[in-house]
Write a protein that binds this ligand. Structure first.
Ligand SMILES: Cc1ncc(COP(=O)(O)O)c(C=O)c1O
Length: 421
């Protein structure tokens, strides 16, 4: 017996191999996006309190626990400046993953085109293909001189003429990740307005993956596409409790948007997942109620987390720069991408299987130096994978002590003789 035609057309997610590297070689692990320290107390308490409610141990409403959809409608209603119907305009999902999958399965017809911006979160293309859609790629480009000076993630830009050339009457959807994983780019209002014009012109849905909406640094500002003029009818926005409260194991996500776009996703959800775990939804609602009541105040957990993460970002930037990497300084998320072009490593001598351009370096770094990262080529599709070949992504949502451990390893790196530093 063999797998289905669908499975034959897909390959395993790179997280499986990189997860195994983490287990087999016991490296300092800056690969996957989650903290190596406990979540905040009020979030743990919310789960304890939810678990004491007998009703929270049984199935809840299929499209989302009423308490959770109500707080989400209140919060996002205020944030985007329009009322959101908690029952018709929100769907609770198993993480942002299921929100993405149900959006593609619920809205894409065979042959519909979906624009995906590279570097992308790696599950978008296989999911679009599961829905028999056609991914159409366009790349964010770093500035030409990124090897010679510190670069900000805001300098990774789309060429809007190129983007416009990808739109046509078959363009059903564009996926935009802001703040962006892996570059940390936070799209500006002007950039989102450019994209929004194209969406309205071609009747294209903007699928906004905003799971890192609360992790923002310096003066960057997270702008929600759904709040831009005339964009509500075209926009679906995805969030994740895992990224909102540092509890990635909770795997609760949501998607909000106009009822006519949400309903197809609800139908897919009702026939696949059926309903998400009740205690986790109840706990998510409690934690969101607490945090929403202090939004914008000095005791805001989201604000405090961004401040703490900004210090960690600066720490790792320092280590990377002094080791000879060329990092892009992120404006959001807890990831940092860095080019290793100046690093001297025995590329011709190591013979690990290279599954994607550049992943030999990441394997060498893990196996020989005990530091696990993610090769950036996995965030590009063929034939553009070489655009990510000289880069790796680090997650810095780790204790300072883990970052110092990584720093000690980075300090042992040697520069190439002809390095341009
Ligand atoms: C951009 C992006 N979207 C979606 C997800 C998936 O989120 P969840 O764990 O809620 O399914 C992730 C996880 O890292 C992500 O980085």
């Amino acid at each position: 017996m063999s797998g289905s035609e669908l499975v034959k057309s897909q390959s395993e997610s790179p997280w499986v191999e990189y997860g195994d590297l983490g287990i087999n070689y016991d490296p300092v692990n800056l690969c996957k996006g989650f903290p190596d320290f406990p979540p905040p107390n009020f979030v743990v308490e919310a789960l304890i309190s939810a678990s004491k409610n007998p009703a929270a141990h049984q199935y809840t409403r299929q499209y989302g626990n009423p308490r959770l959809v109500k707080i989400l409608s209140k919060m996002y209603g205020q944030l985007i400046g329009r009322p959101i119907d908690p029952f018709k305009e929100i769907l609770i999902t198993i993480g942002a993953y299921e929100a993405l999958l149900s959006a593609f399965l619920g809205l894409i017809n065979p042959g519909d085109e979906v624009i995906i911006i590279q570097p992308f979160y790696d599950c978008y293309p296989p999911m679009v293909e599961m829905a028999k859609g056609i991914p159409v790629y366009v790349s964010l480009k770093p500035p030409a001189d990124y090897e010679h000076r510190p670069v900000s993630s805001a300098e990774w830009k789309l060429d809007f003429q190129e983007l416009a050339s990808k739109f046509n009457e078959r363009t059903k959807m564009i996926v935009v990740t802001t703040p962006n994983n892996p570059t940390g780019k936070v799209y500006s209002k002007e950039e989102l307005l450019e994209i929004s014009k194209l969406c309205r012109k071609f009747g294209t849905i903007a699928l906004m993956d905003e799971v890192y909406e609360w992790i923002i640094y310096d003066s960057a500002k997270h702008v929600r596409m759904a709040s831009l003029p005339e964009m509500w009818p075209y926009t679906l926005t995805i969030g994740s409790i895992g990224k909102t409260f540092n509890v990635t194991g909770w795997k609760i996500g949501w998607v909000y948007g106009p009822a006519n776009l949400i309903n197809p996703l609800q139908i897919i959800h009702s026939n696949t997942v059926h309903t998400c775990p009740t205690p986790i939804q109840e706990a998510s609602a409690i934690a969101l109620e607490i945090e929403f009541s202090r939004l914008g105040k000095p005791d805001s957990f989201w604000k405090q987390t961004s401040n703490e993460l900004q210090a960690k970002r600066d720490l790792i930037v320092n280590y990377l720069q002094s080791a000879g990497f060329n990092p892009t300084i992120p404006d959001g998320t807890y990831f940092i991408v860095a080019s290793y072009q100046n690093i001297d490593w025995p590329s011709s001598k190591v013979n690990y299987t290279e599954k994607s351009p550049g992943d030999k370096f990441a394997k060498w770094l893990c196996i020989e130096k005990k530091l696990l990262t993610m090769p950036m080529s996995y965030f590009y599709a063929n034939p553009s994978k070489n655009e990510g070949k000289n880069w790796v992504r680090f997650c810095f949502f780790k204790t300072d002590s883990t970052i110092h451990d990584a720093g000690r390893i980075l300090r042992q790196m040697k520069l190439k003789l002809n390095s341009k530093l």
